[in-house]
Design a protein around this ligand. Structure first.
Ligand SMILES: Nc1nc2c(ncn2[C@@H]2O[C@H](COP(=O)(O)OP(=O)(O)O)[C@@H](O)[C@H]2O)c(=O)[nH]1
Ligand SMILES: [Mg+2]
Length: 310
């Protein structure tokens, strides 16, 4: 199955909502007789409203509209300006180098986030992606809070054709991580993908647990965890951002997985996330099946959002 167009397809519910309205706005603004003049207030207001309704969020929307207002005088088309400004939100997010290139394998990837966002599914899909690219991933079931979570990951591991390291329900998650990383090292497995719990007795406990997992992984493999991916649920939209900040500060998140992009008409939330969290979106979830995880491309995303329909 081709990867091309998967982001576009997953955004179809969003674009259905906004494309027509956007087309109406730019057709008016981009009419030849209006070019070379300042873009009018009504057009900017309509653009602002449109972005807010797509869940782009106030801070990112303000930045985009202000930049469009400032640059529109030069007679560029409004469509191009808006696309460029949204691109620049993604481009201005610093890539946080996750590990020095020379660090010894295995790569350790920690997947975190609140309950139900799509962590376990993402670990399964990631294992599949890595295996298809020729790597030898090992998955680790460190969500020992619920027995069902381990069984769920076992099913994904089986689908992806990779091994799993698991422990009994209630086991110390950090101990499972230790087992996975040390046996992964011994068996030459790379990367090690760790599924974590999204909820334990208290939030403080959860954050302490994640910190302990990080410590144990780092003791076994210098520089680990190399990636800490925070899974956010696109259907929750802006509401997920405050929880996200908590994980970001405690768990050392260096990238976002935006799951369930296919399930929302407010896919503009990707812009809000990149803008407000200052983190790169690494992958998007575009469905519930094993192949439904694709590397994020800002170019494809922006093209899909504002695709010309005539
Ligand atoms: N439509 C859609 N559903 C998803 C996606 N990712 C996860 N899900 C569903 O979201 C639900 C919760 O996923 P799960 O991985 O168990 O979340 P966890 O609690 O964070 O581990 C499951 O029903 C998944 O099938 C996605 O990209 N698209
Ligand atoms: Mg889970």
């Amino acid at each position: 199955m081709s990867v091309f167009g998967r982001i576009r397809d997953s955004l179809s519910r969003t674009t259905q909502q906004i494309v027509q309205r956007f087309d109406a706005i730019v057709q008016r603004a981009d009419a030849p007789e209006r070019r070379m003049r300042e873009v009018d207030v009504a057009t900017l207001d309509a653009l602002e409203e449109l972005l807010i309704s797509a869940d782009v969020g106030l801070p990112a929307t303000s930045r985009i509209v202000a930049a469009v207002r400032a640059r529109a005088r030069h007679g560029e088309s409004l469509r191009d300006l808006v696309k460029q400004e949204i691109r620049s939100v993604f481009d201005s997010v610093e890539e946080r180098p996750s590990s020095p290139a020379e660090s010894a394998p295995p790569r350790v990837v920690l997947v975190v986030g609140v309950n139900g966002t799509g962590k376990t599914t993402t670990v399964g899909k990631l294992a599949n992606l890595y295996r298809k690219s020729g790597a030898t991933p090992l998955v680790c079931a460190a969500d020992t809070f619920r027995a069902a979570a381990v069984e769920q990951l076992e099913i994904w591991a089986c689908r992806a054709g990779v091994d799993i390291v698991r422990a009994k329900e209630g086991a110390d998650p950090a101990a499972v991580v230790f087992d996975a990383v040390s046996s992964g090292k011994a068996r030459g497995r790379d990367p090690i993908l760790i599924d974590t719990a999204g909820r334990i007795h208290t939030r403080v406990n959860l954050m302490n647990e994640l910190e302990k997992i990080r410590r144990i992984a780092g003791r076994e493999v210098p520089g680990a965890p190399h990636d800490v991916l925070l899974v956010l649920d696109a259907t929750v939209g802006q509401n997920g951002l405050s929880q996200a900040r908590e994980f970001t500060s405690v768990a050392g998140v260096n990238g976002i997985v935006l799951a369930k992009l296919d399930g929302t008409a407010k896919g503009g939330v990707a812009v809000a996330i990149a803008h407000d969290l200052r983190l790169p979106i690494r992958y998007v979830g575009v469905g519930e099946a094993i192949d439904d995880l694709v590397p994020f491309s800002a170019a494809e995303y922006v093209d899909a959002l504002f695709e010309e329909k005539w």
